[in-house]
Design a binder for this molecule. Structure first.
Ligand code: SER
Length: 575
């Protein structure tokens, strides 16, 4: 059975059972608290919470969709048999129409009868599998009801798991959540059925997060229980088409088979996943940049460009558009190629310069490899191709050494004078207090500049004294008076809202993936802190910052001038 038939059968199956077919929403979500669309339920959130009426909007309490989804959290797993960044999620939903009994019966019938697959086992929620229910704020009982329903259908291999495996809720943000029951075929989880009984309220208490305590959730029962299910089309296709992995299915085979035979399998899979993901992101309006979803796209594209230097990537894009364009009408060939060509020519200039330097070297040790990386952005993988003796460990060690040197330099510079807290040094507490306010204001300024001037803006440096903050950034012309007051207004609005400043610790790679702004020439440790101010600003930083933006006072730009070619300089004060 071809994938297109699976898609059609899924939609028809649920349509015949009273569900309204709803089109996939964009990969760029309407909800600004999330970077990209990661699940089918996202567009239905207001129907679960009761803010919107499904009868009014869909003429039914039940819907079915095939949702374009993208999970940055899986980026490092790509290359194995089942993980992807972009995937298609089949899902049926109910907002008070039906609950556990029908949801489980539908899923069973679809898998066993429509798809002709044998279920290995299913899992249900059981809190006794956890050591405790810390952070839930309420006791969620074991889901014996689902267990009984499965048994009545003849499924007796039922596993019980706790919160980590069988309770679904959005991570880091608020939303509907509840216990799940999951279906396993050939040892792989293929269908996740969520019973939304609660609203998960994330506590963003500033003190709690400043102490790096886990962000805890409070579960509030929803007025009406709902059903949210999600099944990856790719994994289902593996089972239905009796393949060993997703790349052998008809969703990928036409793409991966274009790649040279002598490429390592993992490399082929990464190119295939990333270029497919990039095509869909571009089609939904994401453009390569240095922040948020633009940065995710840039990472995908550049990795493909590095790995696929000997590959005709443009024709690979055309293969993808042909393969998916029938179902996804938004895939516009010429637009996608245009965005690809632009990024490719920008990146290949840096790549060529670095390659020239690399050719000049007779041997490449970890030190010179790091220099090439630092000066030209030449990725490790490319250097490694030319220098088989280079090892990832030595390269990483060099990276580490470099960071220690710059840290030691900073300590020497400030050593012993005054108080040092995170990134700031002051001669007394009062000075620290004003510098801290200016420091948070600088984050707001950085974010506001991105919002007003676009993604060309890139931080080049900043300096904070007790009198003012000075901020340098890449931009190719003088700012107009309107732009300056727009930036000021945005910052002052954020101050007025008195947003809490939230701090989270995470690995550097994860922080970059999360879309946080960071200073490209900065040297960051492996574990970094990300400071978030509502959805307004998100930035990697050593602190310190004010607890909430209200403490900053009024923000004013006093000067905007050129600092050097292509670099602007802003001086601003808080009053
Ligand atoms: N929201 C659940 C998931 O993403 C089911 O759709 O797995």
């Amino acid at each position: 059975m071809e994938s297109q038939e699976i898609r059609e059968r899924f939609l028809k199956f649920f349509q015949d059972r009273g569900h309204k077919i709803v089109s996939s929403s964009s990969l760029i979500p309407a909800d600004p608290s999330v970077l990209l669309t990661t699940a089918g339920m996202q567009q239905f959130k207001p129907y679960f919470t009761g803010e919107k009426d499904p009868i009014k909007d869909f003429g039914a309490k039940n819907t079915v969709s095939i949702q374009k989804s993208f999970r940055t959290s899986d980026i490092d797993e790509v290359g194995d048999d089942s993980h992807l960044t972009f995937f298609e999620m089949l899902g049926n939903f109910s907002f008070g129409g039906y609950f556990k009994e029908e949801a489980i019966k539908y899923a069973h019938e679809f898998i066993a009868k429509e798809m002709g697959l044998a279920i290995d086992y299913v899992s249900v929620f059981d809190p006794s599998m956890d050591s405790g229910q810390e952070g839930f704020g309420r006791v969620v009982p074991a889901d014996t009801e689902s267990e009984e329903i499965w048994k009545s259908l003849g499924i007796t291999n039922i596993k019980k798991f706790g919160r980590k495996d069988n309770f679904w809720g959005p991570t880091g943000i608020e939303g509907p959540c509840g216990p799940t029951t999951e279906i396993y075929v050939n040892g792989v989880e293929i269908w996740n059925i969520v019973f939304n009984e609660y609203y998960c309220k994330t506590r963003t208490d500033a003190d709690l997060t400043r102490n790096n305590a886990e962000i805890k959730s409070e579960l509030i029962p929803l007025k009406v229980s709902g059903v949210d299910t999600g099944m990856g089309l790719e994994r289902l296709a593996v089972a239905v088409q009796r393949k060993k992995n997703i790349f052998e299915t008809d969703l990928f085979e036409p793409i991966i088979s274009q790649l040279p035979n002598d490429f390592e399998e993992k490399k082929k899979r990464i190119i295939t996943d990333h270029i497919r993901g990039a095509v869909f992101l571009i089609a939904d309006g994401v453009r390569p940049s240095n922040k948020e979803s633009g940065y995710v796209l840039r990472r995908l594209m550049r990795r493909v460009m590095v790995y696929g230097q000997k590959v005709d990537l443009r024709s690979l894009i055309l293969v993808i558009v042909d393969l998916y364009g029938g179902f996804y009408k938004e895939l516009d060939k010429s637009l996608i190629l245009e965005v690809f060509d632009k990024e490719n020519s920008q990146f290949s200039r840096a790549l060529t310069r670095g390659m020239k330097e690399l050719e000049k070297l007779s041997t490449v040790d970890a030190h010179s490899a790091f220099k090439l990386y630092e000066s030209y952005g030449l990725p490790y993988e490319v250097i490694k191709d030319k220098s088989p003796n280079l090892s990832r460990e030595d390269f990483d060690a060099e990276f580490q050494k470099h960071q220690e040197i710059s840290r030691a330099g900073a300590e020497k510079k400030f050593g012993g004078h005054g108080i040092t807290e995170g990134d700031l040094t002051a001669s007394n507490a009062a000075e620290m207090e004003i510098k801290t306010r200016l420091h948070t204001a600088t984050h707001l300024l950085n974010a506001a500049l991105h919002k007003v001037l676009g993604d060309k803006v890139e931080q080049r440096g900043s300096d904070i004294t007790a009198e003012r903050t000075r901020f340098d950034f890449v931009f190719d012309r003088k700012l107009t008076p309107e732009e300056i007051s727009k930036v000021e207004d945005l910052v002052n609005e954020a101050i007025k809202k008195d947003y809490p400043v939230i701090i989270q610790k995470m690995p550097l790679e994860e922080a970059k993936k999360s879309g946080a702004l960071f200073f490209y020439q900065g040297n960051y440790p492996e574990e970094v802190k990300v400071y978030s101010i509502n959805s307004f600003s998100r930035e990697l930083c050593g602190g310190p910052h004010v607890k909430s933006t209200g403490e900053i006072g009024r923000f004013r730009i006093v000067k905007e001038e050129s600092s050097s070619t292509g670099i602007r300089r802003i001086r601003a004060v808080v009053e």
